[in-house]
Design a binder for this molecule. Sequence first.
Ligand SMILES: C[S@@+](CC[C@H](N)C(=O)[O-])C[C@H]1O[C@@H](n2cnc3c(N)ncnc32)[C@H](O)[C@@H]1O
Length: 212
Amino acid sequence: MIADIQDNAAGVPVLGHTGISQGVLDVMGVLPRHLFVPESKRPHAYEGRPLPIGYGQTISQPYIVALMTDLLDLDGDETVLEVGTGSGYQAAVLASLARRTYTIEIVPQLAASAAERLAELGFDADIVSVRQGDGYHGWEEHAPFDGILVTAAASHIPPPLIRQLKPGGRMIIPVGAQFFVQELMMVEKDAEGRVTTRHLLPDRFVPLTSEG
Ligand SMILES: C[S@@+](CC[C@H](N)C(=O)[O-])C[C@H]1O[C@@H](n2cnc3c(N)ncnc32)[C@H](O)[C@@H]1O
């Protein structure tokens, strides 16, 4: 799986960089991805592709998890928000690299199973919190966030998420729900609160199912 991530990263320069930082690779190299997929999918857990997790949803391709995490450039002291918990795998990667991780999932059964799985794996409630709800609105009580990852595609960048980004923070989000073809985008807020957006690469995510 790690070799596949590195191959993908080598072939696609993002913001002029090829490659994924060693810290992200180390975390993904030890996290048991097979425990985040249904039993029938376990033989494929370390293949470089998304897999179904039920309710019409997927655990993202490992390369995309690595890339999105790497783009947040975490140094261990951040508070981060993920929209689209799914299996909890991306949240586990974030929780291994940031100080505090908050994650929101709209499908109640997925939110419950991800929370249980993360607790079983030793990600305590003071490290990662899972909430069921519509992540379009972010998680106001815990804002602002140093980093926000949205793992389902929105037709536009949700204004509540921009508001909940800390000055100096960044958000990685797939935008453009048409026919499952989107652009992965980076939204940055500078120290003065000015917001800029950059297109990173084309991608395919399941859609954000409720937007405001
Ligand atoms: C590609 S999957 C995410 C994979 C996940 N990050 C993982 O590591 O398994 C996208 C997830 O976003 C969820 N989702 C869709 N719309 C949402 C919304 N408005 N708020 C929160 N979650 C949403 C879906 O139910 C799905 O579980």
